[in-house]
Design a protein around this ligand. Structure first.
Ligand code: 3BY
Ligand code: FES
Ligand code: FE
Length: 408
């Protein structure tokens, strides 16, 4: 008989990779969705992807199709992407622009704020005000839009304050999307995130990224705003003097963390040359060699905000062993492709890195599916970030399992 997710978590060995079934069971994915993905804030899109009224983007969060749209009042809102007539998915496109949201089935028409404006031949007594789109919680934190499908979303104050302060110099409101890539990795979402949280694999897997990103664990292991390698502390002092938020800040349970770290040998950007990929810097970042502001948020996102561009990553689980990974490259909105940047040079390193990560994640999943797999020990020096992830996951799941679904 197979064990429940709660039992699997109870029997896991701290400091080790998780028991196999947590990485491949249908039941575990169901529990992960119910207890984590449907309860937490999930990074959806950068706000600059929908800069004008009527611009929208859609995503599939587990069973929930969601649409994020900018209203006539400039506000970004999210709704369940489900028509209130007979339930048609309102918008099948990944993104676009519409003055109103019109259902393709029978043309019920909604305002950008979700109100039902028009429904043909519904008879006397039909009260359109009862059939507005169902809202999804939505918050724009310094240009990063998060959604939450829970009835009551978790507190976001501390994250909001820190993220808005750290992102302000990157000027995301004056950015645009230069490129977007979506791939599906044949691996459980936790394997995708585990892989991202360590650089133990970088030397073997990422020749392009390793030109500029140090795989020295001291460069990723920071313990607090005043505890890091000398190189990072020196960088933070320099950033402090320029008023650039840089020091390590984190949630007490490590659900999120942000810190600015220099690239190797004070290089400028994640390019093959190490030089900036975009002529125009973003926001008010003072130097080309300000390094990367790294921000991750469990369960869905990791990001790099560089002086010349930003790269935002979003993961969404598709099945127990498949995860969608979407990467977006952001540049200053006035930067012109071909003049101020070369798209191939801008995207080269992370397109290669993503593909390399896809391969290691897929091979990791393939090995874990073997009955011979046995959880192995994480390196405390190299894989502290992975330990933070699995500890956060196990603590969150353990405290919530047995409770009812919080999703509407
Ligand atoms: O920054 C990232 O995206 C992570 C950190 C370590 C490995 N990987 C490149
Ligand atoms: Fe949308 Fe009928 S289902 S108008
Ligand atoms: Fe990697």
């Amino acid at each position: 008989m197979s064990l429940s997710t709660a039992e699997l978590i109870a029997q896991r060995q701290p400091g080790h990779s998780l028991p196999r079934d947590l990485y491949c069971n249908q039941q575990t994915l169901h529990d992960d969705l119910e207890q984590i993905w449907y309860r937490e804030w999930v990074f959806a899109v950068p706000a600059c992807e929908i800069p004008k009224a009527g611009n929208f983007a859609t995503l599939q969060l587990g069973a929930f199709p969601v649409i994020i749209v900018r209203g006539g009042d400039g506000r970004i809102r999210a709704f369940h992407n489900v028509c209130r007539h007979r339930g048609q998915r309102l918008c099948a496109k990944a993104s676009g622009s519409n003055p109103k949201l019109v259902c393709p089935y029978h043309q019920w028409t909604y305002d950008l704020d979700g109100r039902l404006l028009y429904a043909r031949d519904m008879g006397e007594g039909f009260d359109a005000s009862k059939y507005g789109l169902k809202p999804v919680h939505c918050i724009d934190l310094g240009g990063m839009v998060f959604i939450c499908v829970a009835k009551v979303p978790p507190a976001v104050n501390e994250l909001a304050q820190n993220l808005m302060r750290y992102l302000a110099p990157s000027g995301l409101s004056d950015a645009k999307i230069a490129h977007s890539s979506t791939i599906v990795e044949k691996g459980n979402w936790k394997l995708v995130m585990e892989n991202n949280r360590e650089c133990y694999h970088c030397g073997g897997a990422h020749p392009e990224l390793c030109r500029t990103y140090s795989d020295d664990p001291l460069m990723t292991v920071m313990e607090g705003p005043h505890s890091a390698s000398n190189e990072i502390l020196t960088h933070w002092d320099r950033c402090d003097a320029a008023g650039l938020p840089a020091r390590f800040v984190n949630a007490p349970d490590m659900q999120w963390r942000m810190a600015r770290a220099p690239l190797m040998d004070n290089q400028e950007s994640f390019t093959m040359s190490g030089k900036a990929a975009v002529m125009q810097r973003m926001g008010s970042i003072p130097w080309n060699d300000a390094g990367s502001l790294m921000f991750y948020h469990f369960p869905s996102s990791w990001n790099h905000f560089l002086p010349d561009h930003a790269i935002v990553f979003r993961i969404l689980p598709i099945s127990p062993t498949e995860t969608e990974v979407t990467t977006k490259w952001l540049v200053h909105k006035d930067a012109v492709e071909g003049r101020d940047y070369d798209l191939a040079k801008l995207t080269e390193v992370w397109l290669a890195t993503n593909d390399e990560d896809r391969r290691v994640v897929e091979e990791n999943q393939a090995g874990i599916l073997s009955p011979a797999y046995e959880p192995g020990p994480y390196s405390p020096r190299q894989e502290a970030g992975v330990i933070h992830l699995v500890d956060w996951y196990c603590a969150t799941m353990a405290s919530r399992l047995g409770l009812q679904s919080a999703a509407e």
